[in-house]
Design a protein around this ligand. Structure first.
Ligand SMILES: Nc1nc2c(c(=O)[nH]1)N[C@@H](CN(C=O)c1ccc(C(=O)N[C@@H](CCC(=O)O)C(=O)O)cc1)CN2
Length: 300
């Protein structure tokens, strides 16, 4: 029997409606609407789409947004000055700098991404990429949860997929997805979301020597390695749940990190690309922006 397709788009829409209702309650309690500030450096086509989608999602949820576009030739000092301006603007609840920043090959000036993310005020860090928020997550007392891994937690929870005692293999060790994902699933009880925790987690990556063997041990396999269709059917334990975080453009087509057609025949449940994890990233960003506004209103 082919795997159940896990509909991230539908779950994202549910979460966005929930956030919209919470925003309405927040505003009717006498607060200003939350505001998300996005900074886009350069003209990467995919980043432009993502930022536009974030603005639209904000509008639908009753969240204000502003977009600061900066040319690819922006220097690190100029970008840091922009972040400082947004940090000190009381109207701004949440700040994100769209990644990736332009490389030198794309007209960029070689900005140190880390220095920029470090500069965002942790209380406005709705991507949860700052060292303070990463540290709080590591210690099991998170403030903001990073959007993509949090979206996966919500997807697992809302589709009734249990993680406690399960072996989860995360393929990929990025700061944005792989590392926080592993940490969230390994946490005790529901520290990082509703009843999704207590997993035994293995982090694998492109240089893991026995990758197929390790992936085949997974009850839940999370592919976040950024290589088109790298996870093939032989790497999946029959009946495993497969979560595909990859978004790769191949000849004008969007494909994940999982070879979907063959994986679907082996897995019990699987996320498609598009329509799987991607839409949840933006839903959780809205959640974090409202959370930031609430914390700031409460003077935290
Ligand atoms: N500052 C950030 N930069 C980046 C993040 C991030 O969370 N914060 N994540 C990605 C890009 N991203 C959001 O920024 C993102 C990627 C994909 C999707 C999405 O909904 N994908 C759709 C397909 C859309 C398409 O046609 O391209 C899907 O998978 O169904 C949303 C957000 C890197 N940068």
């Amino acid at each position: 029997m082919p795997a159940t397709r896990l509909d991230g788009k539908k779950i994202a829409s549910e979460i966005r409606s929930e956030v919209a209702a919470d925003v309405e309650t927040f505003v009717s309690g006498g607060n200003h609407p939350p505001q998300l500030a996005a900074v886009l450096v350069g003209e990467d086509p995919a980043s432009q789409v993502y930022v536009r989608n974030k603005e639209r999602a904000c509008a639908k949820a009753g969240i204000a947004s502003r977009l600061d576009r900066m040319p690819a030739a922006t220097t690190q000092a100029e970008l840091l000055a922009k972040v400082a301006e947004l940090n000190s603007d009381p109207a701004v609840s949440g700040i994100l700098v769209q990644l990736p920043l332009p490389s030198k090959a794309n007209g960029g000036t070689g900005i140190d991404e880390r220095a920029v993310l470090d500069a965002i005020d942790p209380i406005k860090d709705v991507d949860a990429f700052s060292p303070v928020n990463v540290g709080l997550l590591m210690q099991g007392r998170p403030r903001f949860l990073p959007c993509t891994p949090h979206g996966i937690v919500q997807l697992l929870h809302r589709t009734g997929i249990e993680t406690s005692g399960k072996h989860v293999v995360v393929v990929g060790r990025s700061d944005i997805v792989g590392k926080p994902m592993a940490m969230m699933l390994a946490q005790k009880d529901s520290t990082c979301g509703p009843a999704v925790a207590n997993a035994t987690v293995t982090i694998a990556h492109s240089r893991t020597s026995n990758l197929t063997e390790i992936c085949r041990q997974a009850d839940i396999l999370i592919a976040a390695v950024g290589r088109p269709e790298m996870i093939t059917a032989d790497m999946i334990q029959p009946g495993a749940v497969v979560i595909d975080v990859g978004i790769n453009r191949v000849e004008d087509k969007l494909v994940g990190d999982v070879a979907f057609d063959e994986a679907e025949a082996v897995a019990s449940a699987i996320t498609p690309v598009p329509g799987g994890v991607g839409p949840l990233t933006i839903a959780m960003l809205l959640h974090n922006t409202l959370m930031a506004a609430k914390m700031q209103a409460a003077g935290k």
